[in-house]
Design a protein around this ligand. Structure first.
Ligand code: CA
Length: 227
């Protein structure tokens, strides 16, 4: 049974989401504020986190790095704000997906399933465990990433982007194609958020982000791995 941690302060909404998730076979733990969420015991067993933006004791984006210290579970952020700037901020804070309130429950379930699928199995199931490119190595089972033997921490979405690209070095991925591969579905208006994931990934991988060795921009088209 997949476990979801639901961090939402509005009891009515929390209850409604919980009931629906349980109907779809998920196990659900709820937290009504950030402190409760952080003190949940076996948080490392959680498969995905649903995080509301506005909590009484903390803003969702500020909570993300604290959650990341405890778990690598993918995070879907809920926001009542629809402004693009806020959505971008959510991604920059390391959320893996977001949904604007009010949302369709089936949409939420689909997003959660997609997040869990890509964080637990990678992009597709059976293949060799470790992929390397230059000094970079990705272990698809443990999801450990190293550069020249030093571990680097990636969010699930950053890992997925890198996994897709490292399997086909030199191949140019259009932004739309990457979005489709990463999200598992077409996603209108996601281009800039993809760019922000790429920027974060580069800041972790590259010695000099202005002259990247790994993730190369192909102007007007998208990205490729390596020159
Ligand atoms: Ca709230």
């Amino acid at each position: 049974m997949k476990q979801i941690l639901l961090i939402e302060d509005e009891a009515g909404i929390s209850q409604m989401i919980k009931v629906q998730l349980k109907m779809f076979g998920f196990e659900v733990q709820t937290a009504l504020d950030a402190q409760t969420a952080l003190s949940i015991k076996n948080i490392e067993a959680v498969d995905a986190i649903i995080l509301d933006w506005m909590l009484p004791d903390e803003e969702g984006p500020n909570l993300i790095p604290k959650l990341r210290q405890k778990t690598n579970a993918p995070i879907l952020m809920l926001t009542a704000r629809s402004e693009m700037v806020d959505k971008l901020m959510g991604f920059e804070a390391g959320a893996d997906d977001y949904l604007t309130k009010p949302f369709d429950m089936m949409e939420l379930i689909a997003r959660i399933k997609a997040l869990i699928r890509r964080s637990s199995h990678g992009v597709d199931g059976k293949e060799k465990t470790t992929i390397t490119y230059k000094g970079l190595s990705l272990n698809l089972e443990t999801r450990r990433v190293e550069i020249d033997g030093d571990e680097i921490e990636l969010t699930p979405t950053e890992f997925t982007i890198l996994e897709i690209m490292i399997k086909k070095p030199g191949v140019v991925f259009s932004r739309n194609k990457l979005i489709e591969l990463v999200m598992g579905y077409e996603y209108e208006g996601y281009g800039r958020t993809l760019d922000s994931h790429i920027a974060r990934l580069r800041s972790k991988l590259e010695l000099d982000v202005k002259s990247p060795e790994y993730i190369i921009t192909v102007f007007g088209i998208g990205y490729k791995l390596g020159k």
